[in-house]
Design a protein around this ligand. Structure first.
Ligand code: OSB
Ligand code: MG
Length: 355
């Protein structure tokens, strides 16, 4: 297949409530979308939205890469050498181009992404709710969402007094027991001198896993191998690793895969490596737009291990730009969105004209 045109768009999607990341507060999520077409007018979309505080690349730095790849790839025959060409680019750029090209190939066959790459995939994706706010907000939200059908919850920890956090964790487990699951994510914020007492208490609680407790990967590995036997997941640590390296950490419970941080192909290689070691791969968002979330949900379907994905961030937007993706009952059913990409209204997006 020969690539005909690559069009580049930018978007700016308002958050319902501002998103705080590290030292900054965001009222909008901004990123780029690419639309690759062939001569038969089949179309493949991808999203390139580096996330401040997590991605190394920036919105500014990726635009010149996108323009550069547009010029390289127009009139180019795929899939020849495509992964080799994309290899030197940053993860978000690779994710955007890799998924746009796969979407293009799927559309050529009149299939969805998941249908193209895994014809037997279960398209009903379970989603973990993401909990934030103050103590009472979190309790209320969990109560409400559990009633709505969410089964898995993810709580960010390491921000407040640890005893208060333990109390909250215990309360949440009470609300969602016996069927619900609680995931914890410290985003590397726990201090390395934290007392054994905290982990003794935590290890007595039935948590699904704890993501990234400490600033350093080595300290996390110490905890992984300690007597506490707390189920641990890598997220940020994967950025310093290759998929084959997972064999040294086979006692991990899960790996949280963020394709915007890792690339599409590389995320799938991590998933394959994880499964072979008995580690659970969990697809998770980096606050992409609904277009990116559709692709991430498709990846979760393609992996097809019925693991609940971290895609609830889609509910954080006041979305008037993209087709609506409903996950309000704890499930995103891709069967309802076979025409997701056809429903994108490009008049609502800002095209970046080159030349
Ligand atoms: O730490 O897992 C994280 C989103 C952006 C950046 C980092 C993280 C997240 C999420 C996504 O938590 C939502 C989820 O995984 O449920
Ligand atoms: Mg995380």
């Amino acid at each position: 297949m020969i690539i005909d045109k690559i069009r580049i768009f930018s978007y700016s999607l308002p958050f319902l409530t501002p998103l705080k990341i590290k030292d900054r507060t965001f009222n909008f999520r901004e990123g780029y979308l690419i639309r690759i077409s062939n001569k038969n007018d089949n179309i493949g979309w991808g999203e390139i939205s580096p996330l401040y505080g997590f991605s190394i690349e920036t919105l500014e730095s990726v635009l010149s890469d996108i323009i550069n790849l547009k010029q390289k790839l127009e009139n180019f025959q795929v899939p020849q050498e495509i992964l080799k060409i994309l290899f030197p680019y940053s993860p978000s750029v690779r994710f955007g181009f890799e998924s746009a090209l796969l979407n293009l190939m799927a559309s050529e066959k009149k299939l969805t992404l998941a249908g193209f790459l895994n014809p037997t995939a279960n398209l009903k994706i379970k989603i973990n709710a993401l909990l934030d706010g103050n103590y009472d907000d979190i309790i209320k939200k969990t109560d409400y969402l559990y009633g709505q059908g969410y089964e898995t919850f993810k709580l960010k920890i390491g921000k407040n007094n640890l005893n208060d956090e333990l109390k909250l964790i215990e309360n949440l487990i009470e609300i969602i027991k016996p069927d619900g699951k609680l995931r914890l994510d410290a985003n590397r914020m726990l201090s390395e001198g934290i007392s054994d007492n905290f982990f003794d208490k935590l290890s007595s609680l039935p948590i699904d896993y704890l993501e990234e407790p400490f600033p350093s990967k080595n300290k996390t590995i110490e905890l992984l191998n300690s007597y506490h036997k707390i189920p641990i997941a890598f997220d940020e640590s994967l950025l310093e690793m290759q998929p084959a390296d997972l064999k040294d950490y086979s006692s991990l419970k899960a790996v949280v895969l963020k394709p915007t941080m890792l690339g599409y192909t590389n995320s799938m290689a991590f998933a394959t490596s994880a499964i072979s070691l008995g580690i659970t791969p969990v697809i998770s968002s980096s606050f992409e737009s609904p277009l990116g979330i559709y692709i991430l949900a498709s990846m979760s379907a393609i992996i097809d291990n019925q693991v609940h994905a971290g895609l609830e961030t889609i509910n954080r937007f006041d979305n008037k730009l993209f087709p609506y993706l409903d996950i309000s009952n704890g499930t995103l059913d891709l069967n309802n969105y076979h025409n997701f990409f056809e429903e994108i209204d490009i008049k609502k997006l800002e095209e970046i004209e080159i030349d």
